[in-house]
Each structure stands twice: as structure tokens, then as C-alpha cells.
Design a protein around this ligand. Structure first.
Ligand code: PLP
Length: 402
């Protein structure tokens, strides 16, 4: 039997030394608010936006308070009207329907495939039945739907795309970066995502009108001239009196620790993928464990791993979670009606009109999820994989004995 796993699944790496030094500089300056600059100074926040725009290959970037906030004001800047339907994934995290609610919209949930991406047949059906003008596509747990097929459907029905890239920072589909396929891409820099500033959000876009509205909505007052990855001051000014101030800015302290992390992003994505591959390879060897199929076009970031055991009944599922937990491996089950920790299921979003989602329920009923923090070594990952397999095989034996 493999020994009990000792490390914590919630332990992220330390903030890089260079980022800590930068943060101390900001604290010493006292100028933490993004618009608090001295003559000739460019704020850390604005510098971060310029660097992120360069990294993403987009014209405009606005950083803000959180990923959920980025989605909320993206919908508002798109021009969502109160009560309007917004298409989104049934399999996603609660801040997504939450952002739609906050923007005055009504979520229309789309079914999930076994590979954990949006079911495009259901999408087309619900575009027609809802008449929705906008899709908030959540690349939940980094699984990217066939973007060419998706965009074809959206084009046919003139539906605007906003991407939730909380789990696809650093990822791409067909060599085009995730977050650049539609009107806007929304990212999170909350501690459990691919860059860590505690809390934080980023919006990327190539649309001048959209980003101008988003800048005003984020609470820029009349300081939009201090945004560098943005349209010219007079262009934004024209919008400044027609958009409300939903105050939710990024600040210089968080931007200062994000800038050095951006330089490490690519190599960190590679480190995640080595860890993912190590666990995946071991899980694949056990009969009954199914891993989502990934397209060759999908360049994903394996900061978490999902697998299903389609043959397991609810009792076996709970037994697996419990046995793994006793051996130090924290796996989450997405089928639970009651949200536990960060899991969430559409059945727990009781403020929405209930929708029957048979396929999603079937997939989630045997879906497991593991976080892969970079504090884990490849040996740790091999140990985790082995523990899961041992527990699965034990439970399969109980099930098959008379
Ligand atoms: C974390 C997360 C968000 C929101 O990010 P916050 O910064 O925590 O608001 C959005 N979508 C998904 C899928 C997430 O996991």
C-alpha cells in the first residue's frame, strides 16, 4: 500500500521574491490606489495592463477587483438589459451565474458533454428557444470546447461571445489564445488560479467601445487618461457620463505582485502540465476510470484534473471520496446537490428558474476533481495517482463480491 499523502491541496507557492520586493516598494510609496501617482509616473496597475495586453496579443486590457466582477461589468459593457437571457455552462462555478444575476440577466444553462465542454447541440437549441444575444462561455476546469464549431454557431445566430477564462489563463485553442475569440475574455487572479494576487480580475478585448464603457464602469472617475492599454482619453470621455460607476478597481499592490508572476506564467503552465500528465498516466491504467478526451488543438493548462468512474453508484462515489480523504488525497465530487467547499452544482443555484439538465446531471454524478498546486512535486503526483487507483480498485472489489 502506498503511504498516506501529507501535503495540502490548497497550498500555493510563495509569491516570488522579486514580487515581494516590488510590493514593499509600493507600500513604502503609500500610493496604492491606481490613480494615486506623481507627475510623470505610470502606475503599477497600468504597467500590468500594458504587459498583459502584450502577452495576450490584444489592444485593450482592464484589470479589476475579481474574476466575477470582470464578467459582471463585461456583460454590462456589452449592453445587457434587465431580464435579458444569457447563455452559459451548466457545469461551472457559482460566480458565473452570479455575475449574470448581478448584471441583471437571466442564466440559460447549457448541457455538458462527457468531455466537460459545452454541448453545442443544446447550445443551438437554447439560442433559438431563448432568443439570447450573448454567451458567457466558461472554460470550466480548463476544458476548451471546439472553438471553430462554436464560433460558427454564434455567427449564424449573431450571438456575442464573452469568455470566462478563470481556468484558461495561458491556454489556447488552435494556437489562438483563450480569451481572444469573442468580444471579451475575463480572467481571475484569485489565489487558486494561474497567477495569485489574493483577489483580482482582468478583462481583455479588441473592441474600443466595449473597453471604454468597461473602464468607466470599473470606477475610473475622470482618470481614464491614466490607462495605457486603452483607447484615447477623448474617446472614453464621450462615454463617461452615460455609464454608472460600479467601483471595482485593481490596485497597485496587487498589480505589483502580478507583474513578476506574468513573466513566470508560461513556465508555470509547463510545470502544471508535467504534473497533470503524471497523474493522468497512472489513472489511465486502472479499468473503469475515464479521463476527458482532449483535442490536439487544445493547449490546456493542467492546474487541476478531472476523471469519471461511470460505473460507480452514489454509495461507491462517497466511499471513494472518504477513503481517499483518509489517505490524504482530497478529491471533490461535483455530483453532490449540496455545495461543499468550492464545488458547485446548478441545483444549488436556487435563485435561478429550475431547468432540467439530464445530461449534465448524469456526467456530474460520477465526476471527480483534484487540484494540482505547484507545491506538489512529480513524485507527489505519482503518489496521489497511486492512492486513487488503490482506493478505486478496492471499491470495485467490494462491488463485485457477492
Ligand atoms: C474562480 C472562478 C471565477 C471567478 O473568479 P473570482 O476572481 O474568484 O471572482 C469564475 N469562473 C470560474 C470557472 C472560476 O473558477
Amino acid at each position: 500500500m502506498v503511504a498516506k499523502f501529507q501535503k495540502k491541496f490548497t497550498q500555493q507557492e510563495a509569491i516570488p521574491e522579486q514580487a515581494i520586493a516590488k510590493a514593499v516598494d509600493v507600500l513604502k510609496s503609500g500610493r496604492i490606489h491606481r490613480y494615486n501617482i506623481v507627475d510623470g509616473e505610470v502606475s503599477e496597475t497600468s504597467l500590468f495592463e500594458t504587459e498583459y495586453a502584450e502577452y495576450m496579443g490584444v489592444k485593450y486590457v482592464l484589470s479589476c477587483a475579481s474574476g466575477g466582477y470582470a464578467m459582471h461589468i463585461s456583460l454590462a459593457a456589452f449592453g445587457l438589459q434587465t431580464g435579458e437571457p444569457v447563455l452559459t455552462n451548466a457545469f461551472t462555478l457559482s460566480p458565473v451565474p452570479g455575475a449574470i444575476h448581478n448584471a441583471g440577466g437571466k442564466s440559460v444553462l447549457i448541457e455538458t458533454t462527457e468531455d466537460l465542454t459545452m454541448d453545442l447541440i443544446d447550445l443551438e437549441k437554447k439560442i433559438i428557444s431563448s432568443g439570447s444575444r450573448v454567451l458567457l462561455l466558461s472554460h470550466m476546469r480548463g476544458h476548451i470546447v471546439d472553438m471553430q464549431s462554436l464560433c460558427k454557431i454564434l455567427k449564424r445566430y449573431e450571438v456575442t461571445l464573452i469568455e470566462d477564462c478563470a481556468h484558461t489563463m495561458g491556454a489556447a485553442w488552435d494556437s489562438k489564445k483563450s480569451g481572444t475569440y469573442g468580444l471579451a475574455g475575463c480572467f481571475s487572479t484569485q489565489s487558486y488560479k494561474h497567477m495569485n494576487s489574493g483577489e483580482g480580475g482582468i478583462i481583455v478585448s479588441n473592441n474600443k467601445d466595449f473597453i471604454a464603457r468597461a473602464i468607466i464602469l470599473s470606477g475610473s472617475y475622470q482618470f481614464y487618461d491614466q490607462h495605457n492599454a486603452a483607447p484615447k482619453e477623448d474617446f472614453i470621455e464621450a462615454m463617461s457620463l452615460i455609464c454608472p460607476n460600479y467601483s471595482g478597481r485593481m490596485d497597485n499592490l496587487r498589480a505589483s505582485i502580478l507583474r513578476p508572476q506574468l513573466k513566470l506564467l508560461q513556465s508555470n503552465c509547463e510545470r502544471w502540465n508535467e504534473r497533470y500528465a503524471t497523474i493522468e498516466k497512472i489513472l489511465k491504467k486502472t479499468n473503469g476510470i475515464k479521463l476527458p478526451q482532449r483535442s490536439k488543438k487544445e493547449k490546456f493548462v493542467g492546474s487541476s484534473i478531472q476523471f469519471r468512474i461511470p460505473d460507480f453508484c452514489n454509495k461507491a462515489v462517497l466511499l471513494l471520496v472518504e477513503r481517499c480523504r483518509k489517505r490524504g488525497v482530497v478529491i471533490k465530487w461535483f455530483g453532490n446537490k449540496k455545495p461543499i467547499g468550492y464545488t458547485s452544482n446548478h441545483k444549488s443555484w436556487n435563485y435561478l428558474d429550475y431547468e432540467e439538465l439530464k445530461e449534465t446531471d448524469r456526467v456530474l454524478s460520477t465526476l471527480f476533481d483534484l487540484r494540482i498546486p505547484l507545491t506538489f512535486t512529480l513524485e507527489d503526483c505519482a503518489q496521489i495517482g497511486a492512492i486513487i487507483c488503490e482506493c478505486v480498485i478496492d471499491i470495485q472489489k467490494i462491488k463485485s463480491s457477492p
